[in-house]
Design a protein. Sequence first.
Length: 146
Amino acid sequence: MKSVFYLALGLLFLVACQGGPKENKGLDASVIETDNSNVKEPKMTFNKSTHDFGTITESERVEHTFKFKNEGDADLIISSCTASCGCTIPNWPKEPIAPGESGVIKVEFNSAGKSDMVSKDITILSNTNPVKTMLQIKVFVEKKDQ
């Protein structure tokens, strides 16, 4: 009985391998390579991405407006703009920015409870490539005289 089983298993193996080795066609590079020359994308460019407020006094509020331009060839849409701390509040345009048009991101910093050198990051998520753009504010906060 065992011999019949092994004979059947052997025949099954031979039939399954009947096709012989398959030809290796490799990967067609055209599947991987894409021509992005016709893809329309927005491009957000800032005249500066860092602002230093200098020295301020504790509890003082300061603000700065970062100016940018859409130098791409599609509408720029900012989906979110967040700061690394609740003491920093960014305000950004909610409507699309057309190619060639400009916009601003206003950042307000509240120094209450802060002291010495402070640096805060602002993260912008948009439909650009790359998706994330970073801004930064810096300030030296002096304690109030008691």
